[in-house]
Design a binder for this molecule. Structure first.
Ligand SMILES: Cc1c2[nH]c(c1CCC(=O)O)Cc1[nH]c(c(CCC(=O)O)c1C)Cc1[nH]c(c(CCC(=O)O)c1C)Cc1[nH]c(c(C)c1CCC(=O)O)C2
Length: 386
């Protein structure tokens, strides 16, 4: 359906239906995350952890024994159960994130994606040259291809019972393009980066095509009940600052503007969006990301290689920040964890502005569940503002 807006409205439920669904959810009891995402210096930092539903949890491994990874993503009752596992275990978590994967977008575009136990994601037929682009689905109907995710979200909002907000997400176009061109993870990014040099025009076309599906997917998640969104650009740090600005950031901006514009047009009040551009830490890049009015991103996720006070100097006060504990702090033992949480919390308080506490990347499989619990405890204690 075409409208007067510059964006095509995806084939999704309408906003009246969203209102009806939203009214069926129990009221939110903990809005710390949403307040921090609006720029408030909250009484303490809301805390959640990327990959909080993951292999460090025995209850997750138990479910995985009898279901493949994508079966978990595609079965709403299982995805919802996995999303709720960390929330049930850790009352100190201030947010949930729907269980799914960024690679469902290449799947919706018609690519096969396997999750191999020792290798991670494998895409057996990668896109090597622009002539391969014709293999991708032309008009992706996200409701048809990825409706299971929307169902999982609605189910999870019910299961949460208003305990914490639910975050929806997608991968950023550059990170998805990297998987689509490499056929999986990569050390050298030989195929995806050669695209940027050899076929800059076609690279941009591919990135835009991916961005359109991502935006529709995010709108669908919000209409199903997601209360905040995050875009994961895990491979942003592989690019030069020039390439980041030229190739990776524009489709991310396209996504946030498309999502916000469609939601507005539908009469939805809108949600805050976080951009996690891992490793995109050049001062010039931070400047580009400093104004939510320009980028459409209310919050920036930081990895652990930067200092919050320094980043604040580059980005100013308009944008909120999320991060940025070193994920390996969780191997540091109780004392090590406490000391580091105390130290970095002080840096965050000195930085000022909205702060959402998180790791600087996903939690890793060998973390002991009790150490994750202790980490959350420490964030509650040391992020308190006087
Ligand atoms: C790059 C990326 C992927 N997926 C994702 C990213 C961006 C974040 C990041 O950089 O870590 C995002 C993601 N993947 C998963 C979530 C669920 C929500 C959550 O954070 O709890 C989220 C937000 C589940 C998952 N996605 C995956 C697992 C583990 C797989 C398993 O159960 O066998 C989970 C819980 C698999 C996955 N999926 C992906 C990889 C590289 C892997 C293998 C590596 C690994 O195993 O950790 C692609």
């Amino acid at each position: 359906m075409s409208t007067s807006s510059e964006y095509t409205i995806p084939n999704l439920i309408n906003v009246d239906k969203w209102r009806e669904i939203e009214q069926s959810f129990p009221p939110l009891k903990n809005d710390l995350l949403l307040r921090a995402a609006r720029g408030e210096e909250t009484e303490r930092a809301p805390v959640w952890v990327m990959r909080q539903a993951g292999r460090y949890l025995p209850e997750f491994l138990e479910v995985r024994k009898s279901h493949s990874f994508f079966e978990c993503c595609q079965t709403p009752s299982i995805a919802s159960q996995l999303t709720l596992q960390p929330i049930d275990r850790y009352p100190r978590l201030d947010a949930s994130i729907i269980f799914c994967d960024i690679l469902v977008v290449p799947q919706a575009l018609g690519m096969e994606v396997l999750m191999e136990p020792s290798k991670g994601p494998v895409l057996p037929a990668p896109i090597r040259t622009p002539s391969d682009l014709s293999r991708l689905n032309q008009d992706v109907d996200v409701q048809k291809e990825l409706g299971y995710l929307f169902e999982a979200i609605t189910l999870t909002r019910k299961g949460l019972g208003g305990r914490v907000p639910l975050i929806g997400f997608c991968g950023a176009p550059w990170t998805l393009m990297a998987y689509m061109c490499e056929g999986g993870g990569s050390k050298t990014f030989e195929s995806s980066k050669s695209w940027l040099y050899k076929y800059p025009k076609e690279s941009k076309e591919l990135l835009r095509k991916v961005a359109d599906v991502c935006a529709d997917l995010l709108v669908g998640q919000v209409l199903a009940g997601a209360q905040m969104l995050q875009v994961f650009d895990s491979w942003a740090g592989e690019l030069t600052p020039y390439q980041y600005a030229e190739f990776a950031l524009p489709p991310c901006i396209y996504i946030s503007h498309k999502v916000k514009s469609i939601l507005k047009q539908l009469g939805h009040p809108g949600v805050a969006i976080t951009l996690f551009a891992k490793g995109a830490n050049a001062p010039s890049t931070f400047k580009l990301l400093s104004d939510p009015k320009v980028t459409g991103y209310d919050t920036l996720g930081l990895d652990w290689t930067v200092d919050p006070v320094e980043v604040r100097e580059y980005v100013g006060r308009k944008v909120n920040l999320q991060g940025n504990f070193d994920p390996t702090v969780l191997y540091g033992g109780k004392e090590g964890i406490e000391k580091e949480v105390e130290r970095l919390s002080e840096r965050w308080k000195a930085a000022g502005g909205g702060w959402i506490a998180n790791l600087g990347h996903g939690i890793t499989p060998n973390v002991k569940p009790e150490d994750m619990g202790w980490f959350l405890e420490c964030v509650h204690k040391y992020s308190k503002r006087a």
